[in-house]
Design a protein around this ligand. Structure first.
Ligand code: PMV
Length: 327
């Protein structure tokens, strides 16, 4: 028997960084890039993990505990253990492939984990672990192993595969006991370009820097987080109303806020400015910042000009996606 599951890439539309401190954020799936997991029954004993893109095969039994694929499988098997069933030790081959660029804020790690967990849950007939909520919760556990203190927005959007409005639980400022999650559809489809600076940008560096700035000067940083939160809340209303010009203005305002938080970079600013000059309704960095990706909201008839302007301004790659068009 063979089971396949996949998970999309993602972008953060509004509220990155501030979401860590208890403010709302909005993220969207990017279905043009995906991670896929194939789980197959095997004749051999144990679990073989295959990642042909990386030409790397490893037996689960030999993998270090922090190996990303092994961590996902162990997290699933722990959750699948019930009081009257021992830890299952099935004979499987698991193959992972992904078209999501790595380390660029497109959620590649979370998507690989979510695809793997969903495929295992379906294959091993554990439907209660294959729900979007369960896949998201288990993916979050794995994200915590690799990223320390993620807000939880990445695992949420790649597991639910919809536009999400998200507020985390247990934030250092606006601590709440329950997270807020609203899945919603924009009033009009959003045509977005995703421009990659080509700079490798591990999220934990800007996240750590923002934390140090906040600890050193909360009076300066807390109002910036709150301003981003207000922008994200207003953006949800504008998105639901299909008020695209307002969404664009709010993207520009969010980028200014992120610049003040010190997480932009000259390369991101150059792409953001180029998109606006070429007719984008709005543009901002997306994700951790200092590199990685920016996004631009365009109209169908300006997409080609904005895309060309992004490449001319140094984008290593430009992806095009439409949010809310059938998802
Ligand atoms: O770099 P990304 O796209 O994984 O985004 C991280 C988003 C942050 O808000 C900066 C961190 C987080 O955990 O939410």
């Amino acid at each position: 028997m063979k089971t396949t599951a996949s998970a999309p890439g993602k972008i953060i539309l509004f509220g990155e960084h501030a979401v860590v401190y208890g403010e709302p954020a909005i993220a969207a799936p990017v279905h043009q890039v995906t991670a896929t997991a194939v789980v197959e029954d095997a004749d051999h004993a144990g679990i073989l993990l295959r990642a042909p893109d990386l030409s790397r095969d490893i037996w689960l039994a030999d993998a270090p505990a922090d190996h990303p694929l092994a961590a996902a499988v162990h997290t699933f098997l722990r959750a699948a253990r019930t009081p009257d069933s021992q830890l299952p030790s099935p004979s499987l081959t698991i193959t992972i492939t992904s078209t999501i660029p790595i380390a660029s804020g497109l959620g590649s790690g979370a998507a690989i984990t979510a695809a793997l967990i969903r495929a295992l849950a379906v294959h091993l007939d554990r439907p209660e672990l294959a729900t979007d909520a369960a896949v998201s919760r288990l993916t979050f556990e794995v994200e915590r192993i690799h990223h320390g203190t993620p807000s939880g927005i990445d695992n949420t959007v790649v597991s639910y595969r919809r536009l999400v409005y998200f507020i985390r639980a247990g934030a250092p400022i606006k601590a709440r006991t329950e997270q807020v999650l609203a899945l919603f559809t924009p009033g009009r489809p959003l045509h977005l370009l995703i421009g990659d600076t080509g700079l490798h940008a591990p999220t934990r560096i800007p996240v750590g820097d923002v934390r140090r700035l906040w600890e050193a000067d909360p009076g300066r940083m807390a109002p910036l987080f709150a301003a981003c939160g207000e922008i994200a809340a207003a953006a949800r209303t504008a998105l639901e109303a299909g008020a695209l010009e307002e969404v664009g203005r709010l993207m520009n305002a969010n980028h200014a806020c992120l610049q003040e938080m010190t997480v932009s970079s000259p390369e991101l600013d150059r792409l953001v400015a180029a998109a606006r000059s070429a007719g984008a309704l709005g543009s901002k960095l997306s994700g951790g910042g200092r590199g990685g990706n920016m996004i631009a909201l365009v109209r169908r008839d300006t997409a080609a000009a904005v895309s060309a302007a992004l490449r001319e301004a140094g984008a290593a790659r430009v992806l095009e996606t439409v949010v809310g068009d059938g998802d």
